[in-house]
Write a protein that binds this ligand. Structure first.
Ligand code: FER
Length: 294
């Protein structure tokens, strides 16, 4: 009897916690006060931007494996090479990061980045680039298993693997530029938080930074931007999008408010009527990729 009561209490707590995490409007996160910001104009992506178009040149997808000194394992990343990839040519690199329940295949499965980019190249709308989709959970077992929220510390630790192991590996394997003007970082949710944290924290490494529906791992604006003048001088793009119905909007809107108050160029688009999902993230990639390396 006592055991049953205890089980019921634990269950009730679990449901309560889950509901609290969902927040308002179907997103995750604790309900937070809405911050008053002026969003940047939402312009819909053209119909078919994420649909396979017949008869155009296609990029290729490959999986790479690298030795991570930091984690102590061999880790995987998914790589998109643009159409007519030429090893004799030098390319810039976009590091594109996944969410709490994802891995190095999440973008490919849910966000069809290869289709979006192939279409952009067919229309001459994006700079040629290599896209690296790593596994952002820097721990020995990097699968999205069990309670994925408990793996949040490994998402923070990925900063070491990315800077110390993955980037050097990519720059050794491919003919790519190795200066900040040719590196971009963007991601969805936990990956958005990672991108803002690592991108703004290492402006000597990344000039272009994107956060799509960034999660509560996003540092506060004061931590992200401790020196306003330095960020103004060194960051070349700070671009965000979040669904209007996403309970995680707070992470993006408080940064946007801080940037506006301090005269730091920063974009935040509110995707109308959408929650925490790939509609918003595909839109993010479609727009962000057209703004970088130009
Ligand atoms: C949280 C709510 C959401 C959180 C992380 C997320 C670490 C991440 C969501 C995602 O990546 O999709 O409280 O805390």
């Amino acid at each position: 009897m006592k055991k049953t009561l205890l089980t019921l209490a634990v269950l009730a707590l679990a449901v309560f916690t889950a509901q609290a995490q969902m927040g308002m409007g179907g997103g995750f996160g604790q309900p937070r006060p809405q911050i008053n910001v002026t969003f940047d104009p939402y312009v819909a992506a053209p119909a078919g931007f994420d649909a396979e178009r017949p008869g155009i040149d296609r990029g290729t997808i490959e999986t790479v494996e690298y030795k991570s000194e930091f984690v102590g394992t061999v880790r995987k990343a998914t790589v998109y090479l643009p159409p007519k990839f030429d090893p004799a040519k030098k390319y810039p690199v976009l590091y594109l990061l996944h969410g709490i329940g994802g891995d190095e295949l999440e973008w490919l499965k849910g966000g069809v980045p290869n289709v979006i980019m192939d279409n952009l190249y067919a229309d001459g709308k994006a700079a040629e680039m290599i896209i690296v989709m790593p596994n952002g959970r820097a721990q020995v077992n990097d699968r999205a298993e069990g309670n994925v929220y408990a793996t949040a510390p490994a998402f923070a630790a990925f900063e070491n693997d990315l800077l110390g192991d993955l980037i050097p590996f990519i720059e050794g394997k491919y003919n790519v530029y190795t200066d900040k003007m040719h590196r971009a970082i963007a991601g969805l949710s936990m990956g958005g938080g990672q991108s803002l944290n690592f991108g703004l924290g290492h402006m000597d490494v990344f000039a272009f930074v994107g956060g799509f529906s960034s999660a509560p791992n996003t540092n506060t604006p004061e931590v992200l931007i401790p020196d306003v003048a330095k960020t103004k001088a060194e960051n070349k793009l700070l671009w965000m999008v979040c669904g209007s119905e996403d309970g995680l909007m707070y992470n993006s809107s408080r940064l946007k408010a801080f940037c506006d108050e301090n005269g730091i160029p920063c974009t935040l688009i509110e995707y109308p009527g959408e929650g925490h999902n790939f509609v918003v993230w595909k839109y993010g990639l479609f727009n962000f990729s057209q703004l970088i390396f130009k």
